[in-house]
Ligand binder design. Structure first.
Ligand SMILES: [Zn+2]
Ligand SMILES: [Zn+2]
Length: 195
């Protein structure tokens, strides 16, 4: 009998939960009357842990609360805490904070900025760039996550202020994960794939 392969750790799904360990998923199963899929109590255990009105105002000065709430969701928690791979760390140092900020905006525009990405839902890889980790951590990875965590409906292009807001969240993530990142680029030797 064929045995099921072990779950690939990178292939964690957006709607996964581990409620016994207080890691939930707040995406609601049903759409609201206006067609949006919003956040609410955990879809599996019903735990009602997040003040959604407070979350979806997109108030930058309240980002700390938003991040605390996000860390109670399994998929976000994973990307706030997962060890960054070496390529992702090197990439950040080679850019430095200033250029990384520009890259964050460009990444938001190219991956989630349009009305619909051709690979919607799968447009953000799981490793190789700290901005990918950031996107999963702050729910800027696909339009479904942006819809319920940031209150921005899918199916239309993001406005410039929305792009800037999400790019700012990516940089707050970078600040938390790499607090010593320099402003300017630094030289980092390439990773050698020795046998
Ligand atoms: Zn739960
Ligand atoms: Zn997503």
């Amino acid at each position: 009998m064929a045995t099921k392969p072990p779950l690939e750790p990178l292939a964690i799904s957006c709607t996964a939960t581990d409620c016994d360990n207080d890691l939930h998923c707040f995406l609601q199963k049903k759409r609201r009357d206006d067609g949006m899929r919003v956040g609410g109590p955990c879809r599996d255990c019903g735990a009602d842990l997040v003040q959604w009105d407070r979350i979806t105002t997109r108030n930058r000065s309240d980002a700390e609360y938003k991040f605390r709430a996000m860390k109670q969701e399994l998929i976000r928690h994973e990307f706030w805490h997962r060890k960054l791979d070496q390529r992702a760390v090197n990439y950040a140092h080679r850019k430095g904070r200033q250029l990384l900020k520009e890259a964050a905006k460009a990444r938001i525009v190219s991956s989630v900025g349009g009305a619909k990405h051709p690979r919607e839902g799968r447009q953000t890889p799981f490793e190789g760039n700290i901005l990918y980790y950031a996107q999963h951590a702050v729910a800027a990875c696909c339009r479904k996550c942006i819809e319920y965590w940031h209150g921005i409906e899918s199916g239309r292009a993001l406005t410039e202020p929305e792009q800037d807001y999400l790019a700012d969240l990516l940089m707050l993530y970078v600040k938390e994960r790499l607090p010593n990142l320099a402003n300017q680029p630094i030289k980092v030797p390439p990773i050698r794939n020795n046998p």
